[in-house]
Design a binder for this molecule. Sequence first.
Ligand SMILES: Cc1ncc(COP(=O)(O)O)c(C=O)c1O
Length: 402
Amino acid sequence: MDLFDKCYSFTRADEVKSVGLYPYFHPIYDTEGPVVLMNNRKMVMAGSNNYLGLTTDPRVKEAAINAIRKYGSGSSGSRLINGSLDIHFELEEKLAAFVNKEAALIFSTGYQTNQGAIVPLVKSGDYIISDMENHASIIQGTLIAKGLCGDNILVKFQHNDMEDLEKGISALPLDAGKLIVIDGVFSMNGSIINLPEVVRIARKYNARIMTDDAHSLGVFGKGGRGTASHFDLEDDTDIIMGTFSKSLASQGGFIAANERVINYMKHHSPAFIFNASMPAAQAAAAMKSLEIMQAEPERIERLHYNANKIRNGLMQLGFHVLEGKSPIVPIIIGDDLLTFTFWKKLFDGGVYSNPIVFPATPHGMQLIRLSFMATHTDEHLDFILDQFEKVGKEVRILNNVA
Ligand SMILES: Cc1ncc(COP(=O)(O)O)c(C=O)c1O
């Protein structure tokens, strides 16, 4: 059998395209943040991770442009050798101080951060205990660790199910090294991890905790400090991971922990060592966003107001909205074709959303995923609600609405 046979026989995407329902790779030609030029018209963007609306902020753009003027467009080397810039260190110090840890280390993407942190931390005889709905970058990290250390290293537990976590971890040797790795806020359904229980279990069974705060940084906790701060458990959360691609309006990621752990990572993480460092523009944009986020806490308030307004509005209309408090608002549609049809009708009506189907969500839980920004206005939100009402009636999932 030829290696490429699998590529030639993969036709699912073509089939969806042929009926005009393909929802992926639609180019954006221009953007103001909550409004984008797409599909030959201005559309309300309700599917972006630009939570604080800072990607188009003139101060953030200026910081990135100035960094390019000073340092050039690329770093041309690994942090370990020729690629360390003074602003990399400055950003690390500011991030560590922000999340109340001794030190931080930045990676070129959030995806790499998870892989890069998990793999070097474990060796044969250690265990990674991972929530089944963790982000793909955590899953990839655990798979690499499995390849290096053997199948036994990975113990999965049902999503946010603390009984299942305790059942799994209690069967492991008490004195073995253990890492419980969890999303702080889960990217597809917007739920928040039960961190107080995770901490209790970790203490009982001698485990360390790493939270992925991609969707909680700039969203939850004091001044946007993330999940550990939200629960007042910063000292009990050993490693805090975050991305720059969401609230921090840039690209990249970091881990923050005690100085010895960060020092170890710096010298043992292949994803950090064998990768050119983050370009200056990205570091400068993230640093400026971090500064604005702290100076303008009203952005976080407005973000929550926006998400709550939509969540309540959709529930009142009769939609099946998953409960939550995050800026991710998932609306269950429950079927692939219906989800794509719903998405397409919203798209044609001027609302950009994200259709989520298996394997990103379990069968029967296919959904439209909305995510909000601090810069959405009430007018944008009312437009989204109107479009949902219209499409809900058209595809007959709003039978209870007159
Ligand atoms: C929970 C979570 N972790 C990690 C990542 C990866 O971050 P990035 O896209 O910044 O590489 C994402 C991105 O979608 C995410 O949602």
